[in-house]
Design a protein. Structure first.
Length: 368
């Protein structure tokens, strides 16, 4: 009798069977509401920090030469959604897991890429512009990508109930903190620098707290509820994103430090936005343990980016310093040559002033 009263699993197969337990545990209203508030506040702080990192002068410069905008468009809304779709097909995910993976793949770039770009001597202006522009483009392109790539699972309940309007509303709500951050950067640059640092720390703290709270809500069987295929995608997807971004920058014949930047921008997704959409637009019983996918993605994208940074510090930084030093030496040599030419042009004679206010021209001999 007790077993017959339990609701059926959201999807067929082992993937779908793991969702019922997670959905029931998510029914704890107090914890769920607290988690929603935390996700919302964390997203606002992140978007505020992103706005504080944008300078209007740099934005205008990029609009006149929109390479960063084009790379953000191709990386975040062509390469990554297609990659997420292909991985969902290859690993034969059920509809709930597929929607979580697609949602993460269609998200714009995240703030983690800005921090990692600093550590690999990347182009910070390019990194910030790509993150900001992909966030603005997501308002229109993210729902479109979700609609296009979810057609394969159109006959399932979770896709038929896919709240594209709520996704657009959540994206639109991020424009206010971004605009406020840009205004703070324009009027109070020092305060903006502080808020950028706070937003980066907020990103790390929020992810850790989300792991703890979600583990409490789902219980000790959390890891067992998530299929092995989802773990595999969480590992492969950011790694493939980094490779696609580097290849994309290579096609555009960008210098090495810009290639590293585009690579990180492409593979690093805004997992806080993905978490907020999953938490605020889907019912807990429907999404279940797949709510954890963006958190797993955040874990592996950070670990793989850290390995990227470590490899650069060990093997790539010396060549970067040599290139920079070579440019400085070329400049010094050119400057010395210019000074020598100036001396040669004026070396017809020297002027000396003696004590009795007399000026005498002394010829100089030029070696032939």
């Amino acid at each position: 009798m007790a077993s017959s009263a339990q609701p059926p699993a959201a999807g067929g197969g082992p993937d779908g069977g793991s969702l019922a337990g997670g959905g029931e545990t998510f029914g704890d209203r107090s914890l769920s509401q607290g988690l929603s508030v935390l996700v919302g506040l964390g997203l606002c702080v992140t978007m505020l920090g992103l706005g504080c990192a944008v300078e209007l002068g740099q934005l205008g410069q990029q609009l006149r030469r929109p390479v960063g905008l084009l790379l953000a468009l191709l990386g975040q809304f062509v390469a990554m959604p297609l990659l997420a779709f292909l991985l969902a097909l290859i690993f034969a995910l059920d509809e709930v897991a597929a929607v979580a993976v697609l949602l993460c793949g269609c998200c714009p770039g995240g703030n983690l890429s800005n921090l990692m770009s600093v550590l690999v001597d990347g182009d910070m202006n390019l990194s910030i512009i790509m993150t900001a522009s992909s966030t603005l483009l997501a308002l229109f392109l993210m729902p479109l990508c979700l609609w296009i790539y979810s057609r394969h699972w159109i006959n399932t309940a979770v896709v038929q109930l896919l709240p594209l309007g709520a996704v657009s509303l959540t994206l639109g709500s991020t424009l206010l903190p971004i605009g406020l951050g840009v205004l703070i950067r324009y009027r109070h640059p020092r305060a903006a620098d502080l808020l950028v640092k706070i937003s980066l720390w907020s990103l790390l703290v929020t992810l850790v707290v989300l792991f703890i709270l979600t583990g409490t809500m789902l219980g000790p069987d959390l890891l067992a509820q998530i299929p092995a295929s989802v773990y595999a995608i969480a590992v492969l997807m950011p790694l493939a994103g980094y490779a696609l971004g580097y290849g994309l920058a290579t096609v555009f014949k960008m210098p090495p430090h810009c290639r590293r930047t585009v690579s990180l921008e492409t593979g690093c997704q805004n997992v806080q936005l993905c978490t907020a959409i999953l938490k605020l637009t889907f019912s807990p019983e429907l999404i279940g343990s797949m709510y954890m996918f963006p958190l797993l993605y955040a874990l592996f994208q950070s670990a793989e980016a850290g390995l990227f940074v470590l490899a650069y510090k060990m093997y790539g930084r010396d060549s970067y310093k040599q290139d920079t030093l070579g440019e400085e030496e070329d400049t010094d040599i050119s400057y010395k040559k210019l000074k020598e030419e100036e001396v040669a042009d004026t070396s017809y004679g020297t002027v000396t002033t003696e004590e009795h206010n007399s000026i005498q021209m002394e010829p100089t001999q030029t070696a032939l």
